[in-house]
Design a protein around this ligand. Sequence first.
Ligand code: C2E
Ligand code: MG
Ligand code: MG
Length: 565
Amino acid sequence: MSNFDPIPASIKQQLLTQLCERFEDAIFILDTNLRYLSVNATYEIMIGYNEEFLIGRPLGIYSAEFLSEEERTILKDITERLDNEGFYENDFSMATRYGQTLECHMTYRRLCVEQTVYHVGMVRDMSSVVKDRKQVAHLLNYDQLTGLPNRKVFLSQTSELLLESYQEVVIVRLNIDRYRNLASTLGTDSINILVKDFVKQVSKLEMSNLRCFSHFGGDDFALLFECSDANMVRNQLDSLMQMCERPYALVNDVIYLHISVGVSYFPDHGNQFSELLIKAEKALHYVKQNGGDDVCWYNETINEATTDSLQLEAELRVAINDCQFVPYYQPKVALDTGAITGFEALVRWQHPTRGLLRPIDFIDAIIKYKLSFELFYQMAVQIAQQLSIWQALEFTQHICINADAAEFSHSKFFSFINNLFTQHDIHAHQLHIEVTESSLMLRHANVKQQLTLLKELGVCLALDDFGTGYASLSYLQEYPFDFIKIDKSFISKIVTDRTQNAIVKTILDLANALDMQVVAEGIETEQQRDLLVQMGCTYGQGYWFSRPVTADEATEMLTQQYSSK
Ligand code: C2E
Ligand code: MG
Ligand code: MG
């Protein structure tokens, strides 16, 4: 240390002066009356006045009578603290000469040089930090799309309100119906516009007694009301439903937004917010299960219904695991000869306690609990096995399987179909896939392309229940169907109803023109069969030929047919 030269005091002084001048915090020196003696460059820039202007002026720049009450209190506080403790610190919004407000952190120190007391202030501009903090708080508490308070805020406001309120507190849960379909048909941008527009319309209703309107994300909303009688909210919800009867105009579409609404309230349905929320959600699910577009106030019947549906879901999962689904086979015949040309596989659930169940008892639940692919898988494997058994007996047949178009989007769908043919050594054209008109109309993304892919694999395609949906006849030619199945509701009346008869004729002509085959479903009488033959319909199915039967019975029918050849 011996040859180390400390810097001379004058150099140190100059360095500190320079540092002070260029420091990123604003620094200023005041006398004991809080009048400016000196300010650094940063302070000049920050406040918008130069040193020359400031020197001699009071800290508040203007004399006391022009300052606000609050400013005067702060100045008094600064003087007192500096006199007593020698230090003052505060966060402060400071107005600049140009009317901008800066969020600042200020410190003042009382320093003494050569028996003179000075007050030295430092100001740090925290505006960007404060802005960041505010932004984070916003991110944590508000939905970024709609700007509405999020679930967290809703829950905390609800529980606070429940603690302090002497009134009734109503919790409303709200979903937009068919949201996923809308989102996939419209695309992200349009659905976002639609959701924002919906929020704007709801806000415009200016519902009275509304304490919070919250967006949980996607199509999921909640409202919180506080009023002397929960029934007062009924009118508000009526106007909400009425609002939804008006169409929303998007760039290329006119959309009707329907909503499902579930309601519960304190004190009748509980006093804990979690309990109330669950009950409002149960009511909401009840509405959705029953087709949506309605308001439901929680009640005990709903509770029982949801318990039942929970049990059904659990049972369906067991059924998938334990292979309780079996195909029954209904022959598809050549109408003129009655010869079996193939079968339609119709699912039956061998329920452990309720016996053999038909699709009407469970197919909606399969779709709802997203088990369609699992069911399809189980049916397809059994069908493929059956085809190989018949193949070995030299019965050349095909089997139609029913599918929901949504299944085609399952990531494993196409590889599964491919493996099916190789593993069971069957031809692709022995498998026919039937999709209903209504499942097509839901317009799952890419369904046309998926059907084309199936065609390329060699699978035959049939449009099921034709005539029951909205599909126009011209719409048909866009899809690569080999068969059209005319719904049984037309066949049952062809003998007696001239209109139905004419419709069937038209469908037959059209199919002919489009090079598609027609299968008439639900033939129950000889008369119906004869009429269809006369009209030129080639294939049919129905109780008049056979009800759906077990695999063994189907094999027996084939054995008879092939032995009589
Ligand atoms: P679908 O595909 O149109 O099947 C024809 C339905 O009509 C079957 O009812 C069949 O038993 C019934 N049927 C056949 N002939 C006649 C007749 O002459 N008269 C009358 N009144 N009815 C007749 P099922 O088996 O109850 O099936 C109902 C629907 O469930 C099927 O309609 C199909 O859409 C669906 N389904 C059946 N199996 C499956 C499956 O494995 N997967 C899927 N996703 N859906 C299936
Ligand atoms: Mg079918
Ligand atoms: Mg059908």
